[in-house]
Design a protein around this ligand. Structure first.
Ligand code: EPZ
Length: 422
C-alpha cells in the first residue's frame, strides 16, 4: 500500500464491518509464546502490523497456519529464545511484548529496538522497572537489550505501581506475572479494552487474574499456561474512524460487529457535536447532521477519549461547510502527535499549536498531495480528503495499512471514490 487517491465530496452511506483490533491482536499473539503450545486466533486482522508480528514469530520458530475459515493457528512449541531480526522488531511497537513473553517462558529475552509510530521518544522504563521488581536483570550490548534471570532464580510475584497507566507496560508485566511464583499486584494499570482482552486470553490459557478496584490487577502466577482458542475483539479505533468518516461527509454509516461499550467517550463527543447515534448490541448507526459543532476534547487513558482517534477528530474540526466554531484537542498521552497538522494545513486547514494543545477553525479544504506521517495521522488525512473538494493523493500510505484492514473495499462499499495503489 503505497498511495491512496481520493476524490472528495461524496457522502458516505451504508454498512461497514469492523475488523479485529490491532492493539488487541499484537499482545495476544506474543503472549501465546508463554503457552508453549498451539493457540487458535479468530478474527485476527490481516493488517501490516499483525503480518509483521506473525513474521517475527515465524522467525523465532513458531509454526503458523492460516485456516480456510480465516482462523490462524500458531504453534509455539518450537519457539527458540533467540534475537529476533532487528528489521522486523524495529518496524512495530508490539515487538516490545516479546520481553514479557520470552522472559516468562525462557527466563531470558532479547530485543533490538521496538518501532511503531514516531511520536518522539517512546520510553519503556516502566516495563523494565517492573521486570526488575519481578527479579529480572538487564544488560545492553550496543542497542540490544537482554533481560535474564540470575542462575537458579525465577520470576517472583511482587507489587508494581506504574508511574502512568501504560498499555505496553501493563500488558508486558501481566504476561511475566502470569508465570511468576506467587502473587503480583499491578497498580495504576491501563484498562484499555485491549489490555482487558489480554487478561481474557491469559485466563483462557490458564492464568489466574483478578481485576481489583480502580486500576489494580492481581495475578497469581502459575508454572505453566496452555494453548487455547481466542477471538480478537473488534477494533475500536477503526470503528471510530468510520464513524468520523460518516460525520466528515454528512453521511449515514452503520458499523457492524463492533463493541459499542468500548466507544463511550467517542460516542459522547459525536453526540455533543450533533450526530444522531443509535446503539445496538453489536452495531452503531451514525446519522451526521448537515453542520456540526466543534468541541473541546482532552485525550487520556481509557475510559477517556483515545489518543489514537485524536488526529481523525482534528480532521473533522477542520472541515469548512460542515464544522462550526473552534475545536480544541489537548493531547495528554503523546507529546509529539501533531505532525499530521502540517499536512492538513497543506489542504487549507487552520491550525494553531501551543505545547500539548491544538486549536482548529473550519476552512474550505482542497484536495492536494500530502504525506502520511504515521498511522492515525494518515487516517486523519484520508478523512480530510474524503471531505475536501477535488482530488487528493496520500503518499507513505503503508503507515495507514499498518492498522486498517480492507480499507479500499470498505470505503468504496460506503460510496467513497478512493483507490489504493501498491
Ligand atoms: C499503545 O502504545 C498503542 N500501541 C498506541 O497505539 C497507543 O497510542 C498507546 O498505547 C496509548 O493508548 C499498541 O498497542 C501497539 P503506552 P504504548 O505505554 O503501549 C509513556 C496506534 O496508533 N510511557 O500506554 O507504547 C509514553 O511515553 C498506536 O495504534 C513511559 O513514559 O503506549 C506515553 O506518553 C500508536 N514509560 C504514555 O506513557 C513507559 O515505560 C502511554 O504509553 C511506557 C510508557
Amino acid at each position: 500500500m503505497n498511495k491512496i487517491m481520493v476524490v472528495g465530496g461524496k457522502r458516505l452511506f451504508g454498512e461497514v464491518k469492523i475488523g479485529g483490533s490491532k492493539n488487541a491482536a499484537l499482545p495476544v499473539l506474543f503472549a501465546g509464546i508463554l503457552t508453549g503450545e498451539s493457540c487458535v486466533f479468530e478474527n485476527l486482522p490481516r493488517i501490516g502490523d499483525v503480518l509483521l508480528a506473525l513474521e517475527i514469530l515465524r522467525d523465532l520458530g513458531a509454526r503458523i497456519r492460516f485456516l480456510h475459515g480465516g482462523d490462524v493457528v500458531v504453534d509455539y512449541s518450537t519457539v527458540r529464545p533467540v534475537l529476533p531480526p532487528r528489521q522486523l522488531t524495529e518496524a512495530i511497537r508490539g515487538s516490545v511484548y516479546l520481553l514479557g513473553s520470552m522472559l516468562g517462558r525462557f527466563g531470558k529475552a532479547m530485543l533490538a529496538g521496538a518501532g511503531g509510530c514516531d511520536f518522539g521518544s517512546r520510553p519503556i522504563d516502566q516495563h523494565l522497572r517492573g521486570f526488575g521488581l519481578l527479579g529480572a536483570r538487564e544488560e545492553r550490548e550496543a542497542d540490544v537489550l537482554h533481560l535474564f534471570l540470575p542462575q537458579g532464580e525465577c520470576l517472583r510475584g511482587t507489587r508494581i505501581a506504574l508511574a502512568m497507566p501504560s498499555v505496553g507496560a501493563s500488558a508486558n508485566l501481566l504476561m511475566a506475572a502470569s508465570v511468576a511464583v506467587g502473587m503480583t499486584v499491578i497498580e495504576n494499570a491501563a484498562m484499555e479494552p485491549h489490555v482487558l482482552s489480554l487478561v481474557a486470553f491469559l485466563r483462557e490459557a490458564g492464568a489466574r487474574i483478578d481485576m481489583g478496584r480502580g486500576r489494580r490487577i492481581s495475578v497469581l502466577g502459575k508454572e505453566r499456561l496452555h494453548g487455547c482458542r481466542f477471538r480478537v475483539i473488534p477494533d475500536m479505533i477503526e470503528a471510530g474512524t468510520y464513524l468520523f468518516a460518516g460525520m466528515a461527509t454528512g453521511g449515514e454509516v452503520r458499523l457492524l460487529e463492533v463493541d459499542p461499550s468500548h466507544l463511550g467517550a467517542v460516542l459522547e463527543v459525536l453526540r455533543e457535536m450533533g450526530a444522531e447515534i443509535r446503539v445496538g448490541n453489536e452495531d452503531i448507526l451514525l446519522k451526521a447532521p448537515e453542520r456540526y459543532r466543534n468541541v473541546s476534547v482532552r485525550t487520556g487513558p481509557y475510559p477517556a477519549f483515545p489518543t489514537d482517534l485524536h488526529p481523525q477528530l482534528a480532521a473533522l474540526f477542520c472541515i469548512g461547510g460542515r464544522a462550526k466554531g473552534r475545536g480544541e484537542i489537548r493531547e495528554t498521552v503523546w507529546q509529539q502527535r501533531f505532525r499530521y497538522t502540517e499536512e492538513l494545513v497543506r489542504m487549507g486547514a487552520r491550525v494553531g499549536i501551543e505545547e500539548d494543545r491544538a486549536t482548529f477553525l473550519p476552512a474550505m479544504l482542497s484536495g492536494t498531495a500530502v504525506r502520511s506521517p504515521d498511522l492515525r495521522g494518515g487516517a486523519a488525512l484520508l478523512l480530510a480528503a474524503l471531505a475536501a473538494s477535488g482530488r487528493s493523493e496520500i503518499t507513505n500510505a503503508a503507515t495507514v495499512g499498518r492498522g486498517y484492514e480492507h480499507l479500499e473495499q470498505k470505503l468504496r462499499g460506503l460510496g467513497a471514490e478512493v483507490r489504493i495503489f501498491g
